[in-house]
Design a protein around this ligand. Structure first.
Ligand code: WT7
Length: 651
């Protein structure tokens, strides 16, 4: 059985790691299980508090948790000010490289000054604690500056991924009722300009709450600036005071809202707090990344995703680490860019996604092999299950069989890593996220909500609250309850299926709801469907995830056309572009299947399960007893096969 292949932590790594053995991990885990509040109270000592908390956890009104009641702190203070009184003041906080090879290194002091100046600019525009901002930026240090400046003032920010369209940006601004948008005139991707400011202008036609826009000049290109509303970053920060007090915020103050796809067409605004979030993010930096002062830590995630929040900005900086940030594409100008960066900056910890790893495999070993990767000591993976073959390639070709791999399972909602090996302690099994971290209590339930003891397969749930958990969905507490705590009443349902093996190792299998994971990015089938049916030629659409060699899952859309419309290659391309325009390039369907009808239940519900089966196995074996018209499925499965042959690699 592949499941029994074990890779022990290298002794060399364990000897100098902060957690050195499985026994040590087990003791920590047990301590947290015996008294979780005492355990997290100890962890919270690593955070600077302006005022102490009186109670660790308030769970009197589940599922609404409150952590470190009465405590006051500030995330930006913890990421910056705290280091200024130590030798770290002149340590590199952020090492940045632009796609065009520009380079900048910001020490903790420099970053602090930039954040203070920018916070003063926000104040000058009248922003204050409790207000909301949207950050729509490329991967440049100013993105982190903007996040930290908002955190400093208690302005709840929401970062929107720079690859999202004006339409997606608009709905997020509207839901958040943001007063300000922080952006750049352009991004840079594969040598091309990404017209961020243009998308902002487009979105703001419909966002009356936004009174001001701050624009960082990434490139010298003509940029439309609306007078009275739009301000250049440099004008707003030039000559401004270089200090700005950090607000003493309640532990439960909402640090940020991050929109993520759920099972409906409308993205959910996941709300994260301050004190509890910081506590758990900081603990996991130590447990999972074994972070040390001499590390050069590089997490390749974009700040538009939760990984970019917890493990590019807040976690590493709170830990006083040196974090790398790279602006552009991994294959620009050539396919060895990541390996070049690792060699050049002597990166020691590298954290990326299975999708990226699979594309590296496809490109060939000559790319990493042309570079000196000997600085690496630890590798990480996040976003989707990593297939054992990719794990082993990563271990061998990148880690030279020397570096442990941490396969980290978590979610936008969990805020911090939940299930992961501890690199100096946990024997790894390729493809398994292994064991829960201390203070994390997962269970596997069967369909009826019964606990599966020992080995077995079922639904992955978390039975107890954790400090970094989402607090609610923005302005929608009912949806929060319904979405996470109703499938199994009172218990947090992750949306994932998992198996547990005889060693207690957890193998996350993937989503069981209408959420698909394309290249590690979460999309809802409903979101793509609603976009398709907004197109004038489309009558109905059903979207499912199909297995994809590189992306993990790819979007397949089954579309019926209005009777006046005819299928054509042009329409095929148009529909794919339409979705990319409406949502963003990552939502562009891999394939459109034009069909005469969709399989439905007698009550009219589209049976996506059958479509999923068709794209996965090219036939239907599952239960079709509720199907309204069996002919539909016969036609579809025939079509599935033929299309493979006819369309081949049609893109
Ligand atoms: C979903 C969460 C957490 C940051 C990136 C994704 C899947 C994530 C793993 C892993 C297996 C994983 C799950 C989860 N997932 N990490 N190591 N092994 N599956 O955040 O967009 O909130 O997606 O990603 O299905 O539910 P997200």
């Amino acid at each position: 059985m592949e499941q029994n292949e074990v890779f022990n932590p290298p002794a060399e790594f364990s000897n100098s790691a902060s957690i050195k053995s499985l026994d040590e991990y087990k003791r920590l885990y047990q301590a947290a299980a015996d008294d979780k509040e005492k355990f997290w109270a100890e962890q919270a000592q690593a955070v600077h508090w302006f005022a102490p908390w009186s109670k660790v956890l308030d769970w009197s009104n589940p599922p609404f948790a409150r952590w470190f009641i009465g405590g006051q702190t500030n995330v930006a203070y913890n990421c910056l000010d705290r280091h200024l009184t130590t030798w770290r003041r002149n340590k590199a906080a952020i090492i940045w490289e632009g796609e065009n090879f520009e380079q900048r290194t910001l020490t903790y002091q420099e970053l602090y000054r930039k954040v203070c100046k920018f916070a003063n600019a926000l104040k000058e525009l009248g922003l204050k604690t409790g207000d909301r901002s949207i950050i729509y930026m490329p991967m440049i240090p100013e993105a982190a500056v903007a996040m930290l400046a908002c955190a400093r003032l208690g302005i709840t920010h929401s970062v929107v991924f720079g690859g999202f369209s004006a339409e997606a940006l608009k709905t997020r601004i509207q839901d958040l009722e943001a007063q300000i948008v922080i952006t750049a005139n352009s991004g840079l991707r594969r040598g091309k300009d990404v017209p961020l400011k243009q998308s902002v202008d487009e979105a703001l036609k419909h966002c009356p709450t936004v009174k001001n826009v701050i624009v960082y000049k990434r490139q010298e290109i003509p940029t439309h600036m609306q007078s009275g509303r739009d301000h250049w970053w440099d004008d707003m920060t030039l000559d401004r005071p270089e200090t700005c007090p950090a607000e003493q915020l309640d532990s439960e103050h909402p640090l940020y809202v991050l929109y993520t796809s759920g099972t409906t067409g409308k993205p959910k605004g996941v709300v994260h707090s301050t004190g509890g979030y910081l506590t758990q993010v900081l603990s996991t930096m130590k447990w999972v990344f074994d972070i040390r002062d001499d590390d050069v830590y590089w997490c390749t995630a974009d700040i538009g995703w939760v990984t970019g929040h917890s493990y590019v900005v807040f976690g590493p900086l709170a830990a006083g680490a040196t974090a790398m940030m790279y602006e552009g594409a991994p294959d620009w100008p050539k396919q060895d860019r990541f390996w070049r960066l690792i060699e050049k900056y002597r990166v020691t910890i590298f954290y990326t996604s299975p999708t990226a790893i699979r594309s590296f495999i496809r490109q060939g070993d000559q790319w990493p092999e042309g570079h000196d990767l000997s600085s690496l000591r630890l590798l990480g993976s996040v976003g989707e299950p990593i297939n054992p073959a990719a794990w082993k390639w990563y271990h061998k070709v990148i880690g030279k069989e020397r570096c442990p791999i941490v396969d980290t399972w978590w979610q936008t909602e969990t805020g911090a890593i939940m299930i992961s090996p501890i690199p100096g302690a946990t024997p790894a099994k390729p493809g398994s996220a292994t064991l829960p971290l201390p203070g994390v209590f997962p269970e596997i339930l069967d369909d009826k909500g019964n606990k599966i003891e020992g080995a077995g397969k079922g639904f992955l749930v978390l039975t107890q609250p954790w400090p970094a958990m989402l607090r609610t969905l923005y302005k929608d507490p009912e949806r929060f309850k319904e979405n996470y705590f109703s499938r199994f009443p009172g218990i947090y349902f992750t949306g994932d299926a998992a198996t547990r093996d005889n060693d207690g190792y957890i193998w996350v299998l993937g989503r069981v709801d209408d959420v698909i994971n394309v290249a590690g990015h979460r999309l809802s089938t409903m979101e793509v469907e609603s976009s398709l049916v907004r197109h004038k030629s489309v009558a109905e659409a059903a979207v499912v995830g199909a297995p994809h060699e590189l992306k993990g899952q790819a979007i397949h859309a089954f579309v019926t056309l209005k009777s006046s419309e005819k299928e054509s290659d042009i329409l095929y391309d148009n529909l794919r572009e339409w979705v990319a325009q409406e949502i963003g390039a990552l939502a562009r369907p891999e394939k459109i299947h034009f069909v005469a009808a969709l399989p439905k239940t007698r009550s009219g519900k589209i049976m996506r399960r059958l479509l999923r089966e068709i794209v996965t196995t090219k036939s239907v074996a599952g239960d079709t007893s509720t199907l309204e018209d069996y002919n539909v499925i016969l036609q579809l499965s025939r079509q599935g096969k033929e299309e493979e042959e006819i369309l081949g690699e049609k893109k």
